[in-house]
Design a protein around this ligand. Structure first.
Ligand code: ADP
Ligand code: MG
Length: 592
C-alpha cells in the first residue's frame, strides 16, 4: 500500500514518492516524469491519457481536451465526440493513468495521495479535486498549495547546502495555465505562507497564443478564421518555437496550412514584442502579493522561480527587472511542485528529520456571509474569516434578524474581497429556523471552520433557542452519491486500457497521425508508408518484431518531425545524422 504525491498540473502532471530519505519522481509508462494533462477518446470509445492524448490534440482536436483544470469546480461540460464530461471526470482519468503507472513502478497498490492545487483554488475547485481522486479510487490525505509544495522542496534541497535558509521568499510559479505568487516566511522549521496572489487564467498557453497570432499577422492570416485543426497545429508549432527560443537565439516556425507553407524565423526580440502584453500582466499580480504581505521588495531574501514558463529567458529578464536583481532558475523548476508533494508524503510518514518541518498555510481569500441593513438595502459582505488568516482557523460571528416575529434567517456564503456581497463568489446558501421574537431580537451565531486542506465547514445556531443547525459546505459537484461515484469509476475502468506495452504502440500511432495532419502532400505519403510498416508489424503479433519495428519507426518519425517542424539551424545536422542512422538500420534489416 503506497502513499504518493501528485502535482496535478494544468499542462503537465507528476508523481513523487519519499524513498530512502529523499523525494523522487516516478517515471510514467513511456519513461517520462512529466505526463501531459491531456485526455482523448479514440474511435472505439477508449479513454487515452497523457502523451498519447497530447499527440492527438493536432490530429483529433474534437476528441481531445487539455487545460481542463481551468474549469475545475464549475458546471462546464466538455464534448468529446458524442460524449460529455466534467473537469473532475477528466482529472480522474488522468489520475487513474498516473496511479496505474506509479503502481507498476512501485510494485504495490497506491491507495493514498497528497495532491497539489493552485493557492488560489476556491472551495469548489478543491472539492472537485478531491472528487476526482475519489473517482480514480484514491483517498486524498492532504491537499497542498502548489507554491507551498515548491518551497517545501526548496527548503529540503537547501538544508544540506545553506546554513541559514531563514527569511522571506517570493515564489513565482508560472506554468502552462496559471500564475501563482506566494510570499513565504521561512523561520527554522516553520514555513509560513504569508500572502498569495495569482491569476488562474494566465500561463504558457498565452505565450503560445501570442506567438500564433503574431505569426498570422506576419503572414496576413486571420487566426480566428482558421479551422480547428489548423489552429491547434499553429499553437503546437508556436509552443515549439517558444521552447526553442529558451535555448537558442533564433528559431524558425514553419506551418503547412492547406498546402501552403508559411514561415518565419523568430528572434528573442521578436518573441519579446509578441509577448509583451502577457508579460505586462505579471507585474500587477506580483504587486498584489507584495502589498498583501505588507512588506517592501527590499525585505525579500530571494525570488524562487517555479514552473515551465519561468524557463523562458524573457520571463527571467522581466522578473529580474521587476525586482531589480538577477533572478535565475534551476533546470528542474518544472519539477519543484512534484518533488514538494513527495517531501510532504515524507512528512506525513514522519520519516527521519523531515518530520520536524512544520508548515503553516494561509486562507488566500476572505470568507463571509451577505448582510443587509433592511429589506431594501444592498447585501454587503460581512467577513468572518479574513484573507491571509493562518490555517486551520475557526471563527464565529452573530447576526440579528430584520423583522419582529421572524421565523427563519437565510444566509448566503461568499468568498472574495468585494464590499458588495454579490460581486464575490457565491459558495452556497442555507437557512436556519429561529424562535420568533416580538422585538425582533433574534440572534444567530454562524461559525466558519477552514481546515489545512483549504476546505470550508459552516455551522449555525440560534442563540435564543435549542434549535441548532450544522452544515458542511459542499459544492454541487461533490454532492454525488457513493453509487454515482462508483458508476463513474466503473465507466472509467471499462474504458481505460492501461497495458504498458500497448501504450508505446499507441504513442507511435498518435505521433504518426499528428505528423500526417501537419505534413504537406509529399510528406503525408511518407508518413502513411511509416504507418503501414508499423501496422503490418502489429498485425503479425510477434513481440520481438514489434519492438524492433518500433525502434526503427520511432527514428523515422523523429526525422519526419524535424523535417516538418524544424526550428533551429542545428536541426539540419540532426536530420542528416538521423537519415544516415535510418539508412544503416534499413540496410541491416534488409540483410536479415
Ligand atoms: P503546469 O503547472 O501548468 O502543469 P508546467 O510547470 O509543466 O505547467 O509548465 C508548462 C508550461 O511551460 C507550458 O506552457 C510549456 O510550453 C512551458 N515550458 C516548458 N518548458 C519550457 C521551455 N524550455 N521554454 C519555454 N517554455 C517552456
Ligand atoms: Mg504547475
Amino acid at each position: 500500500m503506497a502513499l504518493i504525491g501528485i502535482d496535478l498540473g494544468t499542462t503537465n502532471s507528476l508523481v513523487a514518492v519519499w524513498e530512502d530519505g529523499h523525494p523522487s519522481l516516478l517515471k510514467n509508462s513511456l519513461g517520462s516524469v512529466l505526463t501531459p494533462s491531456v485526455i482523448s477518446i479514440n474511435d472505439d470509445g477508449n479513454i487515452l491519457a497523457g502523451e498519447v492524448a497530447k499527440q492527438r490534440l493536432v490530429s483529433h482536436p474534437g476528441l481531445t481536451v487539455s487545460e481542463f483544470k481551468r474549469t475545475m469546480g464549475t458546471d462546464y461540460i466538455y464534448h468529446l465526440g458524442s460524449r460529455q464530461y466534467r473537469s473532475e471526470e477528466l482529472s480522474a482519468f488522468l489520475l487513474k493513468k498516473m496511479i496505474s503507472d506509479a503502481e507498476e513502478q512501485l510494485g504495490t497498490p497506491v491507495t493514498e495521495a497528497v495532491i497539489s492545487v493552485p493557492a488560489y483554488f476556491d472551495d469548489n475547485q478543491r472539492e472537485a479535486t478531491k472528487l476526482a481522486a475519489r473517482i480514480a479510487g484514491v483517498e486524498v490525505k492532504r491537499l497542498i498549495n502548489e507554491p507551498s509544495a515548491a518551497i517545501l522542496y526548496r527548503q529540503w534541497k537547501m538544508r544540506d547546502i545553506e546554513a541559514e535558509p531563514d527569511g522571506i521568499y517570493i515564489v513565482v510559479d508560472f506554468g502552462g495555465g496559471t500564475l501563482d505568487i506566494s510570499i513565504v516566511d521561512c523561520f527554522e522549521n516553520i514555513i509560513e505562507i504569508v500572502a498569495v496572489s495569482g491569476d488562474n487564467k494566465l500561463g504558457g498557453k498565452d505565450f503560445d497564443k501570442a506567438v500564433a497570432l503574431d505569426f498570422c499577422e506576419r503572414n496576413n492570416l486571420s487566426f480566428e478564421a482558421l479551422d480547428n485543426n489548423t489552429k491547434h497545429n499553429l499553437l503546437w508549432c508556436a509552443e515549439e518555437v517558444k521552447r526553442s527560443l529558451s535555448d537558442s537565439s533564433t528559431a524558425s516556425m514553419r506551418v503547412n496550412i492547406h498546402g501552403t507553407i508559411y514561415e518565419h524565423v523568430y528572434t528573442e526580440g521578436e518573441l519579446l514584442d509578441a509577448c509583451a502584453k502577457v508579460l505586462g500582466k505579471i507585474k500587477s499580480i506580483i504587486n498584489n502579493a507584495v502589498n498583501g504581505a505588507k512588506i517592501s521588495v527590499d525585505e525579500i531574501m530571494d525570488v524562487v522561480l517555479v514552473g515551465g514558463s519561468c524557463k523562458m529567458p524573457i520571463v527571467q529578464k522581466y522578473i529580474s527587472a521587476l525586482f531589480k536583481r538577477n533572478v535565475t532558475a534551476d533546470d528542474d523548476i518544472d519539477n519543484y511542485v512534484g518533488y514538494g508533494t513527495g517531501v510532504l508524503t515524507g512528512i506525513i510518514r514522519r520519516d527521519g528529520y523531515i518530520r520536524d518541518i512544520v508548515m503553516t498555510d494561509v486562507c488566500p481569500f476572505s470568507l463571509g456571509v451577505g448582510t443587509r441593513m433592511n429589506d431594501s438595502s444592498p447585501e454587503y459582505m460581512s467577513v468572518i474569516i479574513p484573507k491571509n488568516s493562518i490555517l486551520p482557523i475557526s471563527k464565529s460571528a452573530t447576526y440579528a434578524g430584520l423583522t419582529p416575529f421572524q421565523k427563519r434567517l437565510g444566509f448566503k456564503i461568499y468568498q472574495g474581497e468585494e464590499m458588495l456581497a454579490n460581486a464575490n463568489l457565491l459558495l452556497d446558501s442555507f437557512g436556519i429556523d429561529v424562535i420568533p421574537d416580538a422585538n425582533g431580537d433574534t440572534a444567530v451565531e454562524v461559525t466558519f471552520t477552514y481546515d489545512i486542506n483549504g476546505l470550508l465547514e459552516v455551522s449555525a445556531r440560534d442563540l435564543n433557542g435549542p434549535l441548532t443547525f450544522e452544515k458542511n459546505i459542499l459544492s454541487k459537484s461533490s454532492q454525488l452519491s457513493e453509487s454515482e461515484i462508483a458508476g463513474k469509476r466503473a465507466y472509467m475502468n471499462n474504458n481505460m486500457h492501461l497495458e504498458k506495452d500497448k501504450e508505446e504502440n499507441r504513442r507511435i500511432m498518435a505521433w504518426a497521425q499528428r505528423l500526417h495532419a501537419q505534413a504537406d502532400t509529399e510528406d503525408k505519403v511518407r508518413v502513411i508508408s511509416i504507418i503501414k510498416d508499423f501496422s503490418t508489424a502489429l498485425e503479425n503479433n510477434n513481440p520481438a518484431q514489434i519492438a524492433r519495428t518500433r525502434k526503427r519507426v520511432s527514428q523515422q518519425l523523429l526525422c519526419m518531425d524535424l523535417i516538418i517542424n524544424h526550428h533551429n539551424f542545428d536541426d539540419e545536422d540532426i536530420i542528416r545524422k538521423l537519415q544516415a542512422d535510418i539508412a544503416k538500420e534499413q540496410a541491416e534489416y534488409a540483410d536479415e
